[in-house]
Design a protein around this ligand. Structure first.
Ligand SMILES: [Zn+2]
Length: 743
């Protein structure tokens, strides 16, 4: 808890009305109570025990996990990487299908059941791309990344030209306006200075907000085109030596990427809510709300420089200056440029690959782990470093299976296609199997992009205590300490505080999104990072094996470390007699979010009463702690009584669905989680308590207050669900799915 923030809350309360002070004091008392209770019963540091297991099974489980980790190999991870990142393989192409085939063949070769899950989806491919400066000087943008001699794959055929997927088509000639990062705050600043983007082509730099938000906001303000470039201050020589001398983005490096309006819904833009199977009803490209109307192109800073030099008018404010040697100006109407984009929209097949290891005790409970296999170009870091770990996990599990081992629950391993275009393969699959997943999925794990550094994990907080416990047993490659200790020591040495291993809130940006946000099922995204400067080659032809093995993870030690983490996580969750979910942790974390939104309201001078929310969270904390005590007291019995354990677990895995808003978030019904969502105006970045937070940000405190009531109702449902689940475990019911109805 942040003491500085609390004193700020207290100080600002002084000016409030008496009634408000009473309300705030009650709220703060509840918050203090939560903190006090949380401190009393924080999860114990790792001991001989194991969450969800009776003591009698712990030693055997640990031996199994150690055996799996001993089999995971850096050399194997490297081998898969060399195959999967050998050629450019963007979705919808023969090269991408071949990667899927390699995965399928490997899985089957190891003796696993594996199948394709094929969808036919609407993908854009770049046709005509033109960007020319016409006034006051002339320049024709190259729109091309040059090959680099030291990087053998950088000159390969089959590279996808630089483009932004799901931009609109058009040929526009207009004046240029520089909009900094193109965030809502940047547009507010322009408006203040009397600069309009109506009828203009805006030039925005990458960074701060997700790329798709930049053209979306430009379009809403009447701009006719949008150029997005990588400024060297954020991504290039301002960060250090550029490729191949260093790891950072070279002058002509370009970040490709999707500008689909994913904060509305991801997946095939023409089939929202439904899988893109043969005969699916489709919107037209023109009707799809997630395809932009204006042309958009990503460019290098080498192509951006002549354009920025051509822009006259008022000098840009201090924070708007990038790293190029020029005077950044906002625009005066004297420049003129032509931007032409012609993307072809085509229905193409994409190939997910799904492997299944059936569970021997609870085959209808699934623990799932996946990542995408499609890339923008070769994609050594994104996605192959993550997908290779899924493959290594599969190989090790297959080798255990050959020796007669079988998990208690079913394990599914997924390799998604079409992620780069807009999280398409996983979204279509989740939309197809939504109801079954809501009955069966214990957790979905994802690992997109892995490299040197610390382990970062984000997602459902009721999995955090289980996660911390297992991370204390996996070795960190750099320090020789545990992965848990390595991260916590660094984190706590920065400010001297004593905080547990953090599980971040999850926004969007990879294949966990449909699991967490659409069907509200437990999900976690994993990856080592922070020491690998992957931003410098992100979505470019330089995200190659040569770059990766030199600058990101030489020797694939972190590929091996992530394999160790994922194997331990899968084996533990697939074997635990009682699912190790902890809803007291959810109460603690959400109480923190509640204080954040209260602060936003106060800073904006809006009235938001969160006393009821803090009281709900206090009740959830007590219910969650009661649940944890009940499991500790009953796990030996449940481990013997499979019918009772099954009833408990099947109810438990549906618990997070109680936090769903059935009608969805305001303006975007596809997103249903009331605790986490990608920001409507920030894209991948997470907004916690999105209904409340975004209503406040849009100056609608009454709507925010309605969302407080909705969340209170959801928390009450979750508490009732936990109570009912406990009764199921005690009563040994006849119908194991009694508590598992849809929310
Ligand atoms: Zn990725």
């Amino acid at each position: 808890m942040d003491g500085v923030q609390d004193s700020r809350i207290a100080a600002s309360m002084i000016s409030f009305s008496a009634q408000c002070v009473r309300r705030c004091l009650a709220a703060l008392a509840a918050a203090a109570c939560i903190v006090a209770l949380a401190a009393q019963e924080r999860p114990a540091p790792p001991s001989a025990g194991m969450l969800g297991f009776p003591d009698s099974q712990v030693a055997a489980q640990r031996t199994l996990e150690q055996s799996a980790r001993a089999r995971a190999s850096a050399t194997e991870v490297g081998k898969y990487m060399h195959v999967m990142a050998a050629h450019p393989h963007h979705a919808g192409t023969e090269a991408s299908r071949k990667v899927a085939e390699y995965i399928l063949t490997s899985l089957r070769g190891w003796g696993l059941e594996a199948e394709y899950a094929v969808y036919e989806v609407m993908l854009p491919f770049p046709g005509e791309r033109r960007l020319e400066l016409l006034q006051p000087s002339r320049y024709k943008a190259l729109l091309k990344e040059p090959a680099i001699d030291q990087d053998p794959s950088s000159g390969q055929p089959g590279q996808l030209p630089t483009f932004n997927a799901y931009a609109g088509n058009g040929d526009v000639t207009a004046g240029l306006v520089y909009v900094n990062y193109g965030t809502p705050e940047d547009y507010a600043e322009l408006e203040k200075r009397g600069v309009s983007v109506k009828g203009k082509i805006v030039i925005a730099r990458y960074g701060r907000s997700w790329r798709g938000i930049k053209p979306k906001l430009a379009q809403e303000r009447g701009a006719v085109g949008c150029i997005i470039y990588s400024d060297p201050a954020d991504d290039g020589f301002g960060k250090g030596a550029v490729y191949p001398e260093g790891p950072h983005r070279p002058p002509q490096g370009v970040q490709r990427g999707s500008v689909m309006d994913m904060p509305i819904y991801p997946g095939d833009p023409t089939t929202p809510f439904t899988p893109s199977l043969p005969g699916a009803q489709r919107l037209s490209v023109e009707e799809s709300p997630t395809i932009l109307k204006i042309p958009v192109l990503p460019i290098s800073h080498s192509d951006a420089q002549p354009l920025l030099e051509a822009i006259g008018g008022e000098p840009a404010p201090a924070g708007w200056k990038g790293g190029l040697p020029l005077e950044y100006r906002l625009g005066d109407g004297n420049s003129k440029a032509r931007l032409e984009v012609r993307n072809r929209f085509e229905l193409r097949k994409i190939y997910n690959v799904i492997a299944t290891i059936p569970g021997k005790d609870f085959p209808d409970e699934w623990v799932m782990y996946g990542n995408h296999h499609d890339a923008w170009v070769n994609g050594a870091n994104d996605p192959v470093s993550g997908a290779s770990v899924v493959l290594e996990t599969a190989r090790v599990l297959a080798s255990l299976k050959q020796e007669g081992w079988q998990p208690s629950r079913t394990i599914k391993l997924a390799f998604w296609d079409g992620e780069e275009f807009g999280i398409i393969g996983s979204t279509e699959w989740v939309e197809q199997h939504a109801r079954e997943l809501q009955r069966k999925l214990v957790a979905y794990f994802n690992s997109d992009s892995n490299g040197r550094g610390q382990l970062r994990v984000g997602g459902s907080h009721h999995l955090a205590p289980y996660l911390r416990e297992l991370l204390a047993e996996v070795e960190d490659p750099a320090s020789g300490r545990s992965v848990l200790e390595a991260r916590v020591r660094i984190q706590n040495s920065m400010d001297g505080q004593d905080r547990p291993f953090p599980v971040d809130a999850a926004g969007s940006g990879s294949d966990y999104a449909p699991f967490l946000h659409h069907i509200t099922m437990p999900s976690l995204n994993f990856g080592f990072g922070g020491g690998c400067p992957s931003a410098g080659v992100y979505h470019s032809i330089y995200d190659s094996i040569a770059w990766y093995e030199k600058y990101c993870d030489p020797g694939h030690r972190y590929g091996k470390a992530l394999s160790d983490v994922m194997l331990t996580a899968l084996l533990r969750l697939s074997n635990a007699p009682v699912l190790p979910y902890d809803f007291a942790e959810v109460a603690r974390i959400v109480a923190g979010y509640a204080r954040e939104v209260e602060l936003i309201a106060r800073e904006k001078g809006q009235v938001l009463d969160i006393a009821s929310l803090l009281a709900s969270l206090q009740s959830l904390l007590e219910e969650g702690l009661g649940w944890n005590r009940w499991v500790a007291a009953n796990r030996d019995r449940l481990a013997q009584d499979k019918a009772a354990a099954s009833a408990v677990n099947q109810a438990l895995l549906a618990a997070e669905q109680r936090l769903a808003l059935t009608r969805g978030l305001p303006g975007r019904p596809w997103y249903r989680h009331q605790v986490y969502a990608p920001g409507l105006f920030t894209g991948y970045g997470v907004k916690t308590l999105p209904g409340i937070r975004e209503s406040l940000e849009q100056n609608q405190p009454e709507v925010a207050q309605q969302h407080v009531a909705e969340l209170n109702a959801a928390l009450a449902r979750l508490r009732a669900h936990l109570r009912q689940t406990r009764q199921l475990g005690q009563a040994r019911p006849r119908s194991p799915r009694a508590a598992n109805a849809a929310p």
